[in-house]
Ligand binder design. Sequence first.
Ligand code: FAD
Length: 463
Amino acid sequence: MSPGNPELVNALVQVLGSENVLTALEDILPYGFDGTATFKQRPVAVVFAHDAAQVSAVIKLARTHRAPVVTRGSGTGLSGGSVPVPGAVVLCLVKMDRILEVDPANLTLRAEAGAITQKIFDAADATGLFYPPDPGSMKISTIGGNVAENSGGLRGLKYGVTRDYVMGLEVVLADGSICWLGSKCVKDVAGYNLRDLFIGSEGTLGVVTQVLLKLLPKPAARQTLLATYARMDSAAETVSAIIAAKIIPCTLEFLDRKTIQCVEDFAKVGLPRDAEAILLIETDGHPAAVADEAAKIEELCRAHGATSVRRAATAAEAAQLATARRSAFSALARLRPTTILEDVTVPRSELAGMIREVEAIATRHQLNIATFGHFGDGNLHPTILTDERDTAEMHRVELAFADIVQATLARGGTITGEHGVGLAKKPFLKSQLGDASYELLRLVKRSLDPDGLLNPGKIFDQS
Ligand SMILES: Cc1cc2nc3c(=O)[nH]c(=O)nc-3n(C[C@H](O)[C@H](O)[C@H](O)COP(=O)(O)OP(=O)(O)OC[C@H]3O[C@@H](n4cnc5c(N)ncnc54)[C@H](O)[C@@H]3O)c2cc1C
């Protein structure tokens, strides 16, 4: 039993059963970190809830014992959001993983918050429908985590992010009350839009227990292209040219030279090792429109300096090309013990300049930084390959990290495009928002969680 808070642990066992309360060191250690390098903190206990009533009971108990509650899905977060704070109970929702309803008449799907994103995509797909948000982690992330981070994905350029698909939420508030926000109505303007307030709130305002999602008809056709460039600027110019031609591909992804080489070593998909950049482009929709768009995209790639353009002939080849991008993070993570994945977004016109600046920052701080990302959205993932045991190098990493964020802000960008603020970006939020907006955020937190027990110290420091 935890020496930290035995009375609370006893009470949790009464409500959830001992099989749903972990306190042994070897059991709780894996819940002390998420996908973010360098943040670690041991929780007092890890508990698993099976429904909203149990979530409510856990929150009420934690309040009684003044213990913070850190909600957790699969722990794949990349900003330290589900890393425990001292004395915290980790409330893990992975056992609440049921798809509750697929409603083809209303094009909606209702699921418990712990359902895996891929399972939601598959359930929609099985009825000829489409759930577009596809974070690179979708095989393991939960829909609750996606909502809490407002996650994006490879299809974000055309289809948007998680927020664009959330029609309703069941949320357990800081006092333990359970409320439903939103509805199946396509048009619904009754009252403040509280649903949107919880999307992207990183577990700091309430615990999402159920999600009602909008689905789309499945696109009838898809075409994948891979364009190779000897110059980064040509790749960036192609992106602008495609958008200017009024074509919105569903995917427009980019890999730099270092990432290309790592991915090729890892996935062996036949990428050109000497290229400075590649673009992975996917268009979907009506077959005739897809054929027309693919031809125009190929023409634009060549006109803007692509040295080769490969069009996938089969679905298997398309999947293989997409693997090149989807495996970027895992491929890079093999090179050094610690992988620090940045997540900044700049206006698309700033992309080529921003990538060059990241390269200059890497040289200045003598670091190995590879960059890939969602070129169509302006969302870049400069990835610092390092070793957290090397104190001198980690100091240079911190300096480089701050330089990348400052460069982003100077270009009118945002400190996070999809991974959230959490612990990792907390020091930079005020610089982006300014004093008044920053205070407004804190006011919202104080209104909904006056005792500051829900994921405290994330996004901003407790006042
Ligand atoms: C290989 C890899 C690729 C990735 N690719 C992408 C990508 O393409 N796009 C992207 O956006 N992200 C990506 N991520 C980041 C991460 O997967 C997403 O942020 C994801 O949404 C986190 O889901 P999770 O279930 O793991 O949440 P966790 O990491 O467990 O939690 C994340 C945050 O959400 C809160 N939270 C979790 N569940 C709930 C809930 N039910 N109610 C309230 N708060 C909750 C937590 O407190 C925490 O603050 C990637 C991560 C990895 C490791």
